[in-house]
Write a protein that binds this ligand. Structure first.
Ligand code: FES
Length: 125
């Protein structure tokens, strides 16, 4: 069985191919050099992410825990929780408003449920 995830935004293309839970291919292309955690991507071939959040983060090319950007919520545009929370604090009150401000949720839409959840839950820190 083979599962593939693909996304493209603003000329960026990212593809992961899975076979029986093992990563077979990781492909990233963009008009300019994308920022990727190459160590994380290499390690995923030996120890694939255990959950969907980890797989989406890998698709974005970074850790599920993220960095200053927080954990990656929108893998299409590499938008992290920190920026989304900041946009909510500044008045974004819907996924459409977040999309207008940050582009998150405006491509494949798979992050929209998580955007809705962030709109409903206050930051914990
Ligand atoms: S993950 Fe595709 S639009 Fe957010």
């Amino acid at each position: 069985m083979q599962l593939q995830q693909a996304t493209g935004a603003a000329g960026e293309y990212r593809l992961l191919a899975w076979r029986e839970g093992e990563l077979q291919l990781a492909f990233y292309a963009a008009p300019r050099l994308p920022t990727l955690d190459q160590g994380l991507i290499s390690a995923a071939f030996c120890a694939p992410p255990a959950d969907a959040a980890g797989r989406f983060a890998l698709l974005a090319g970074c850790s599920a825990q993220g960095n200053d950007a927080g954990r990656i919520i929108c893998s299409c545009f590499g938008v992290g929780e920190t920026a989304i929370r900041r946009a909510i604090e500044e008045g974004c009150d819907s996924p459409a408003a977040l999309g207008a401000a940050l582009k998150c949720g405006t491509n494949c839409g798979s992050c929209i449920p998580e955007l809705k959840q962030l709109l409903l839950t206050p930051a914990t820190a």
